[in-house]
Design a protein around this ligand. Structure first.
Ligand SMILES: [Mn+2]
Length: 388
């Protein structure tokens, strides 16, 4: 039952993007509601709240038009702030969506010069990440998509994306960087349709790259839910393939615009299964919150939001331990696993196949048994709702 200690500690590996706690509440219909939070202030806040690390897009830290001198000064100040506040930088990424140059996409844009600029900007962002200690590089192609499929053949876009990823892997190796790339899918927004709409689509693309071992995925709760999918299933497939290099935790009501809500706040049951999966399999990467506070909030509210993300994760972590230790749940699971095998199936050989072909199954008998999943799920609900 509840130990009541949900204080985040460094070893929980909770991370936030500069763009998350620094989100100023701008949306397509209204302007910023909060003043600018500088990167140094964000790092201080995260240190205070017990986070493990901070992540950034190149331009969250260094403005796109900064002079080389300004860049170096900003990076030095930021690195000192991280050191003073005990904040790591596990992941870096690149903004290939904000500037008007990317209106037709970045790696998939029709203009060769735009594609080359996107590569240059990404290589520089990789350099910047390395300076701050990042070992994971996330790529989210927010503008890699279309409003009209008249503009290019979609298979051409796939080829351009592959070419860019191959190039960036070689750059990383050439520079002796140790980056693992984590590709982040989203079905739409800001484009009407984005290529690589789901984590599954990226997993299929990765297998076709020159250096597939360097590239994995960064599934995001909101993005998978926008596509109507089960986030835990997407994460499980990535994990099983050895490709869960990073994760973006937040929440999302299905069928809406990208909401980036506080983790677990929209669909706590789905969030519980996700946390339980990550903890059960022993995922050891950062637990990154890619979310932001309601537009109604000031920076005290932003702190409530960030603390809430971590607190909810830790509550679900405790609930999943409780679930695993519950005697009635354990008994039900033992009953289920007796009949369901170990999930690995049977390896083919021709003798086994001929025996299987001639075997007699009691089909009606097999079908007759109730499975008690209603009871199992209600026990889960009792745990989640705090009455068990
Ligand atoms: Mn994200």
């Amino acid at each position: 039952m509840s130990q009541g200690n949900y204080t985040p500690r460094r070893e929980h590996k909770f991370t936030f993007g500069l763009w998350t706690v620094g989100n100023r509440g701008r949306d397509p219909f209204g302007d910023a509601v909060r003043p600018t939070l500088t990167p140094v202030e964000a790092v201080r806040m995260l240190g205070e709240l017990g986070a493990y690390g901070v992540n950034f897009h190149d331009n969250d830290l260094v403005p796109i038009d900064a002079s080389p001198q300004d860049r170096d000064r900003i990076v030095n100040e930021f690195r000192s702030a991280c050191e003073e506040n005990g904040i790591a930088v596990p992941m870096a990424t690149v903004n290939l969506f904000y500037d008007p140059v990317f209106r037709d996409g970045a790696f998939t844009a029709n203009d060769k010069s735009v594609r080359a600029y996107a590569l240059q900007k990404t290589m520089r962002a990789m350099d910047l990440g390395v300076e701050c200690g990042a070992k994971i590089f996330v790529l989210w192609g927010g503008r890699e998509g279309v409003e009209t499929d008249g503009c290019r053949r979609p298979d051409e876009a796939v080829k351009r994306l592959r070419e860019a990823l191959n190039y960036l892997c070689e750059y990383s190796l050439d520079q002796k960087y140790v980056y693992k790339f984590a590709l982040e899918a989203k079905p739409n927004e800001p484009r009407a349709d984005i290529y690589m709409p789901t984590t599954g689509a990226y997993l299929a693309l990765i297998a076709t790259l020159d250096r597939p071992e360097m590239v994995g995925v960064n599934p995001e709760v909101a993005h998978e839910h926008m596509a109507g999918l089960n986030m835990t299933h997407s994460v499980a497939q990535a994990w099983e393939a050895g490709k869960l290099f990073h994760i973006d935790l937040n929440d999302q009501i299905p069928g809406r615009y990208d909401q980036d809500l506080r983790f677990g706040s929209a669909n706590p049951k789905a969030a519980f299964w996700l946390v339980k999966f990550l903890e059960d399999v022993g995922y050891s990467g950062p637990r990154h919150f890619d979310a932001h506070a309601y537009r109604t909030e000031d920076y005290d509210g932003v702190k409530e939001f960030a603390s809430g993300c971590m607190r909810t994760y830790l509550i679900f972590k405790e609930k999943s331990e409780q679930w695993n230790a519950d005697p009635e749940i354990k008994a039900l699971l033992a009953e289920i696993s007796e009949t369901s095998g170990d999930g690995r199936g049977t390896k083919f050989n021709s003798q086994h196949a001929s025996e299987l072909l001639s075997a007699n199954f009691d089909r009606a008998g097999l079908a007759a048994r109730g499975l008690k999943y209603e009871r199992l799920d209600q026990l889960t609900m009792d745990i989640l709702l705090g009455v068990r």
